[in-house]
Design a protein around this ligand. Structure first.
Ligand SMILES: *Cc1c(COP(=O)(O)O)cnc(C)c1O
Length: 401
């Protein structure tokens, strides 16, 4: 141990060597060692390093087999046929492909889109781009917990509506939407349905998803896989409506050109297989820990729950602490890694647009923290975090003007 650290330990600050409790799993998760092992097999000279598109030799064919095995695992997690999966760099690219690709392919027929203001920026920003290209978006209202009612969705549909984009689980509040009802409604109306599944896979049962949506986006790094790999599910019925937005070697049935990253795909496949096998047990454990954290923190005065009281994601707890700046709180919480909102809006320092859309005033939106759990969150993590948050909130309130 370096002398300085030893001196601090001697001074009674044993925790200096302990890493902060990680409760930011909705931003990204640690890679599961079993995923890392699957990836490592594709990263050495002895391993599977061929180009999966090179069918003329054994190296390429081995890599293609590895990719196709992973495609089966990825597809199975959402109940899809393997040939409906298009590998992308993540959920952002998947949503961009679904939204830009269908809109641009059908601009001469239909120019109306439907979504909600509580969506992730990976949906909102492509929709804004499409508005610049002459499309119109109707924004469906959500209830106070962030849910869109099927009635509100039905009212937003028009004869010229091309596509609805609504997420399954909100990344800031954990609100869960009834995507089966949305899917049925869209099908009845002859409208395409894109769903951001990024926070749903691995936390909720999702093997029904492919039956309800036309397009589904998800990403490996939210389920203990690597960053930089994800997928778009494209239903057979929706395929004719979609055109690529990038062009090149014609991989992924022409929808996403570029050399397939075998190691990333192998890791994604393993992460999906683990989520399918262990997701229900993970979710049960997370739900109990989330409840314990909420139980401990609600003992503080002036704590408000953002999102649904029941039926939300087991992995997300979003709270507002009256009279405390969220930014000051995250800074004070040196022993807990949390965020004030999504990783993207935290960077801008703006109050969360998701919480504003739910009707929280700027003050309360600015005093919020998102705690998010993962496979490795332990009871001790929750106890440490609850203790640290209670102390920080009490101290910040005592020094507030
Ligand atoms: C993380 C996330 C995304 C973006 O995923 P990337 O892998 O970063 O592209 C999109 N939507 C939701 C709901 C997310 O949580």
């Amino acid at each position: 141990m370096p002398a300085a650290a030893a001196a601090l330990t001697m001074a009674g600050r044993a925790h200096v060597d302990e890493r902060p409790v990680y409760l930011d799993n909705a931003a990204t998760t640690a890679v599961d060692p079993r995923v890392a092992a699957a990836m490592a097999e594709c990263l050495t000279e002895e391993g599977v390093y061929g180009n999966p598109s090179s069918s003329t030799h054994r190296y390429g064919r081995e890599a293609a087999q590895c990719v196709e095995a992973a495609r089966h695992e990825v597809a199975a997690l959402i109940g899809a046929a393997p040939d409906c999966i298009v590998f992308t760099s993540g959920a952002t690219e998947a949503s961009n492909l679904a939204l830009l690709g269908t809109a641009r392919a059908n601009a001469d027929r239909r120019r109306h889109l439907v979504s909600a203001r509580t969506e992730h920026r990976a949906t909102l920003d492509p929709l804004r781009q499409l508005e610049r290209e002459g499309f119109t978006t109707s924004w469906v209202e959500t209830d106070g917990a962030g849910r869109v009612t099927p009635a509100a969705l039905r009212a937003a549909l028009r004869p010229d509506t091309l596509l609805v984009s609504l997420m399954h689980v909100n990344n800031e509040t954990g609100a869960v939407q009834d995507i089966a009802a949305f899917g049925a409604l869209c099908r009845e109306a002859g409208v395409l349905f894109h769903c951001d599944l990024a926070q749903a896979v691995g936390k909720l049962p999702t093997t029904g998803a492919a039956a309800w949506v036309d397009f589904g986006s998800f990403t490996a790094h939210k389920i203990h896989g690597p960053k930089g790999i994800g997928a778009l599910y494209v239903s057979p019925a929706a395929r004719p409506w979609l055109r690529p937005v990038t062009f090149g070697g014609g991989q992924e049935r022409g929808l996403r050109s570029g050399t397939l990253p075998t190691h990333q795909i192998a890791g994604f496949g393993r992460a999906c297989a683990l989520a399918a096998a262990e997701g229900a047990a993970d979710a049960e454990r997370m739900a109990a820990l989330r409840a314990a954290l909420w139980e401990a923190l609600r003992q503080l005065p002036g704590v408000l729950l953002n999102g649904p009281a029941e039926g939300g994601s087991p992995a997300i707890l979003n709270l507002s602490f009256e009279g405390v700046e969220g930014e000051s709180l995250v800074t004070a919480l040196t022993d807990v890694a949390v965020s004030t909102g999504s990783a993207c809006s935290s960077a801008s320092g703006e109050p969360s647009y998701v919480l504003r859309a739910l009707g929280r005033d700027t003050g309360l939106a600015q005093s919020s923290l998102r705690f998010s759990l993962g496979r490795y969150t332990s009871r001790r993590d929750i106890e440490r975090a609850a203790d640290a948050v209670c102390r920080a909130v009490t101290r910040l309130r005592s020094v507030a003007p």
